[in-house]
Design a protein around this ligand. Structure first.
Ligand code: SAM
Ligand code: CA
Length: 275
């Protein structure tokens, strides 16, 4: 994280604040009201992790299609993580399901994850990969990873994970020095410091194989991207928003990738390397 930026564990705090107008805040820690109106925002429940306009519809998706199919270890990890003070950073169950299916659809084998936290997206990846699949997992914080590790071990997929503690950029730079890593990853999930996403992209584009996929998470930044310029956004929301806006523009203009920005979770942009 760069000096002066807000603490990372607060990044996704914003996400649970609910619908698009939750980006607009009066500076308190209370859920935001709609932009200037005294009507409450539509989503106020702590734990909401979707940009859908209706809580009921999101709940319907979770209860109908996600929770009944959620593997037991992922459920256990989700419940353990829910007790952690920074739980708002975790990947939502519907996004975990999406990642798991995507990895199977593209037959991913060699993958990377930047931003692990307690490991929910990591576990959804590990469960999707074949027995000899690999995940290079990078995070500055090992302690949180160790919360999820016993569950990952019990699920029998820990052997697929190579966890490295420390900032991701130097690891990427080191890999770029060695030709054998160029074009070697089938899938890379980026869910860490938003102010470095473009720095990651510059490097990951050479590390992912042609036809492989990079997924950038939180690219809708809970709707704050379309808040009026003078909206009283929370400090860290405003800070990261500019980086997310810049990233979205750069990805849309990058001829080396085909992209699709999906409103799953807090928005995920899939980039398929084409050249
Ligand atoms: N994917 C995770 C999940 O499913 O629970 C959530 C990741 S959380 C939103 C962001 C993570 O990025 C934090 O665990 C934080 O420690 C990590 N992080 C922040 N800056 C980083 C950096 N420069 N390099 C690697 N990891 C970083
Ligand atoms: Ca995320």
């Amino acid at each position: 994280m760069q000096l002066g930026s807000p603490p990372l564990h607060l990044q996704n705090k914003f996400v649970i604040q609910s619908d698009h107008m939750a980006a607009v805040n009066d500076g308190s820690d209370q859920p935001a009201k709609h932009n200037g109106s005294d009507q409450p925002a539509k989503h106020q429940e702590v734990g909401h992790k979707s940009l859908l306009q209706s809580d009921a519809l999101y709940q319907y998706i979770l209860e109908t299609s996600v929770y009944p199919r959620e593997p037991a270890p992922m459920k256990e990890l989700r419940e353990v993580t829910a007790k952690h003070p920074w739980n708002l950073m975790t990947t939502s169950a519907d996004e975990g399901q999406f990642l798991n299916l995507l990895l199977k659809l593209i037959n991913a084998k060699n993958t990377m994850e930047i931003g692990v936290y307690t490991g929910y997206s990591l576990l959804s990846t590990a469960l999707a990969l074949p027995e000899d699949g690999k995940i290079l997992a990078l995070d500055i914080n090992r302690e949180n990873y160790e919360i999820g590790l016993p569950i990952i071990q019990k699920a029998g997929v820990a052997h697929k994970i190579d966890f490295r503690e420390g900032p991701a950029l130097p690891v990427l730079d080191k890999m770029l020095e060695d030709e054998k890593f160029h074009g070697s990853f089938d899938f890379i999930f980026v869910d860490a410091d938003k102010d470095n996403y473009l720095n990651y992209h510059k490097r990951l584009i050479d590390l992912v194989k042609i036809g492989g996929v990079i997924g950038y998470d939180n690219t809708l930044w809970n709707g704050s991207l379309v808040a009026p310029p003078d909206a009283p956004l929370r400090k860290y929301v405003r800070y990261y928003r500019d980086f997310v806006l810049e990233l979205n523009k750069a990805l849309a203009a990058d001829p080396r990738v085909e992209i699709c920005q999906l409103p799953v979770g807090d928005g995920i942009t899939l980039c398929r390397r084409v050249c």
